[in-house]
Design a protein around this ligand. Structure first.
Ligand code: NAP
Length: 357
């Protein structure tokens, strides 16, 4: 606990790429309503120079500055680190998590949690045996705006019965221009739009179709197609059909077109909701349109300084302070369910990673 009575966590961050930079700067943001106190004590990178440049650029005002190491192992074994944030490409997540767990650390691991269900089960079994907390960093689910939308759709039923959802995350990534080692192009790093961005579209489908998560949620039938190019999927469409109600979610991704501001439409018997933002990972507002009422709808926003990654970090700190090993919003069973959908989409769509059975 911090002197302010808030749960506190000392973070070790491994990898100094884009998402780690967002995460580090969000953790150190001054927030009057923060629900936890976060300290970054160690950074692990492929090189010390890169790690030091990361600190200088993204968290220059942190005092004392984090220790910088040219290996991830030194961060895993650091006595002043409680939890490891894993910001490496997808194909390294399994081993990074296993190494952190073996060192007795809690873990927050970027999405996609692992390449497939089999790997995730291995990681969760190791965490269970060691008695540490672990969670997939599916940050979007922790946005207060998303929690509000979830309440309005499922508890208040503002648009009645939801019968169809469209969710898209498209980016104009010009994959052909990227080098073969890019994490967005190299299948050995877990590249492809399905794990990189369709996972968010699928998340919107799952969140809006059913209030429950994991094993207690209804398991949808999955139909998927993928466009393959450069040995990866450059577009994926995943349809979720709920057997009990026949409602549908249409979840899509592409590397060839940036989705317009409104990326999701939730259709119900009494109206519909449009969700908007820079991408499906990072919503900024939603508007509720009720049949027969104002065509302008009712717009909802929640202030979001920085990127919005601190909400998941606060939740993790609260869980760990309470002795919990998993989080109720993103439990292990939900990570396994999402990975099961991704596995099945790749089985039907054709995208393969080295090492797939
Ligand atoms: N970018 C986003 O908006 C975003 C959002 C949410 C989640 N994510 C997830 O976060 C993870 C990282 O994404 P990112 O966009 O931050 O990637 P990135 O910018 O390419 O950074 C990845 C970092 O991982 C480390 N790494 C270790 N081995 C590597 C290898 N063989 N090739 C490349 N990098 C290697 C490197 O850090 P060091 O050299 O310091 O070790 C590198 O800077 C992915 O799982 C992704 O799905 C990304």
């Amino acid at each position: 606990m911090s002197s302010e009575g808030l749960p506190s966590l000392r973070w070790g961050i491994i990898a100094t790429g884009q998402i780690s930079s967002w995460f580090a700067s969000d953790l150190t943001l001054l927030r009057p309503n923060a629900k936890a106190k976060h300290t970054i004590t160690a950074i692990g990178s492929s090189s010390r120079e890169k790690g030091e440049a990361f600190v200088a650029r993204w968290i220059p005002d942190v005092s004392p500055p984090p220790k910088v190491y040219s290996s991830y192992d030194q961060v895993f074994n650091h006595p002043d680190v409680d939890i490891i944030y894993v910001g490496t490409p997808n194909s390294f997540h399994k081993q990074n998590c296993l190494d952190a767990i073996a060192a007795g650390k809690h873990v927050l691991c970027e999405k996609a949690f692992t390449l497939n269900v089999r790997e995730a089960e291995e990681v969760f079994n190791a965490a269970r045996e060691k008695g540490v907390f672990i969670m997939e960093a599916m940050w979007t689910r922790f946005f207060p705006l998303v929690r509000k939308l979830h309440r309005l759709v499922h508890k208040d039923r503002v648009i009645g019965d939801v019968h169809r959802v469209f969710a898209d995350l498209g980016l104009d990534q010009d994959i052909s221009s990227l080098g073969p080692d890019s994490r967005l192009k190299n299948p050995a790093l877990g590249a492809g739009t399905l794990l990189d961005i369709c996972i968010y579209s699928i998340t919107w489908g799952l969140l809006t179709m059913d209030s429950r998560t994991g094993e207690s949620a209804e398991q949808p039938v999955i139909k998927a197609v993928q466009t393959l190019s450069h040995s990866i999927d450059v577009a994926s469409t995943v349809l979720l059909l709920y057997p009990s109600t026949q409602k549908q979610a249409i979840c899509t991704s592409t590397a060839m077109f940036r989705t317009p501001d409104v990326f999701c439409r939730i259709e119900g018997t009494n109206g519909h909701i449009e969700v908007q933002g820079v991408s499906a990972s990072c919503p900024t507002a939603f508007t509720i349109f009720i049949k027969g009422r104002s065509s302008e709808g009712e717009r909802h926003t929640v202030p979001k300084p920085g990127h919005g990654l601190y909400w998941e970090a606060d939740a993790v700190a609260q869980d760990i302070a309470a002795g919990r090993k998993e989080n109720a919003i993103m439990p292990w069973s939900e990570t396994l369910r999402v990975l099961g959908i991704l596995d099945e989409a790749r089985r039907q769509g054709g995208a393969r990673f080295p090492g797939d059975d």
